[in-house]
Design a protein around this ligand. Structure first.
Ligand code: NAP
Length: 291
């Protein structure tokens, strides 16, 4: 049987895509590529085929991709080695003659390496290019920032401090939830007409942190304000508060990218694919903060 294979299915997005697919296609037609088979027990019990494989291990990928009609390729999370890993995936898909690769790429404004998050964007740019030139059918999903990452940026104590303290200026981003992205992915994987297309997968509206402070104030009945320090002041204050340097660096560079408009691309494609309105930032935050 020709199969749909999902990578990253032990992670948040891949797992959500598998759950969406299970609503409409038989489990036997779904395979998942996993590094640790034991981590996929719950899907195995549902009848999903669990295939061992690692982006670092080219031959494991060629074997795993045998007879795969549609591959949902979740970008890896090992930033340092991601470009080489993704090259392995694309080459293996070519060798195994995969029918169609759907890749989770990234929204961006700049492609010339000048973005504050160029070190993250570079593997996406390379993978998009490799897929376009591969001769494979592809769909490039330019994912927005996940709404799911907002609580990580905003912090758990936001109602105690009454402040969102982030160096993102007036920058806006068209957040979309992983759960909506998974719904759209399931539609793409089970319908035709998506070959050799690039879709922005984003919310229909973009938000600044000032907007988000307003939403949190409205939802909670408490005043939340947004303060945007310079990157240097942000780093100094979080260092004093004992936050790990990598976490400060990560938040700082993403906020700088938001400030520069790297993610300000609202789009209706996600809504069209889903067939209804994407989850708004307000609805997401209401659930995330139990408001
Ligand atoms: P996640 O929960 O960290 O899941 C990552 C998945 O990739 C896991 O299943 C992991 O497997 C798998 N993986 C990592 N390295 C691999 C390798 N060498 N070979 C095979 N599989 C490998 O991430 P997520 O939240 O689902 O997000 C999916 C991807 O989107 C991330 O990997 C990242 O590239 C990107 N991302 C985007 C945003 C955004 O805001 N747009 C935010 C965060 C991440 P294991 O379970 O074995 O580790």
């Amino acid at each position: 049987m020709k199969k749909i294979l999902i990578t990253g299915a032990t992670g948040h997005l891949g797992a959500a895509v598998v759950e969406e697919l299970l609503l409409t296609v038989p489990a036997a037609s779904i395979s998942i590529l996993v590094r640790e088979v034991a981590k996929a027990d719950s899907f195995a019990h549902k009848g999903v085929n669990v295939v061992p494989g690692d982006y670092n291990d080219y031959s494991s990928l060629v074997t795993a991709f045998n007879d795969v009609e549609k591959l949902y390729f979740v970008s890896g999370n090992d930033i340092e080695h991601r470009a080489a890993q993704h090259e392995n995936v694309v080459r293996a898909a070519v060798e195994a003659r995969v029918g169609h690769v759907v890749y989770t790429s990234f929204q961006r404004k700049t492609e010339d390496g000048s973005s504050p998050i160029a070190f993250i964007a570079s593997a996406h740019l390379l993978t998009d290019k490799l897929l376009r030139e591969s001769g494979l059918n592809y769909t490039l999903l330019k994912h927005a920032l996940y709404t799911d990452v907002l609580p990580m940026f905003i912090g758990e104590q936001v109602f105690e401090t009454g402040t969102i303290f982030l160096p993102a200026g007036e920058g806006r981003a068209a957040y979309a939830s992983r759960s909506d992205m998974a719904k759209a992915a399931a539609v793409i994987l089970t319908t035709t007409g998506h070959e050799n297309k690039t879709y922005d997968i984003a919310g229909k509206q973009s938000y600044s942190f000032d907007d988000i402070a307003g939403i949190l104030s409205e939802l909670s009945g408490k005043t939340v304000k947004y303060v945007s320090p310079s990157a240097a002041v942000f780093q100094e204050q979080l260092t004093t508060a004992g936050v790990a340097p990598e976490a400060i660096q990560g938040a700082s560079t993403f906020c700088q990218a938001i400030a520069e408009g790297e993610f300000d691309f609202p789009d209706g494609t996600l809504a069209d694919l889903k067939g209804d309105e994407p989850e708004t930032v307000k609805i997401f935050l209401k659930k995330a903060y139990n408001l």
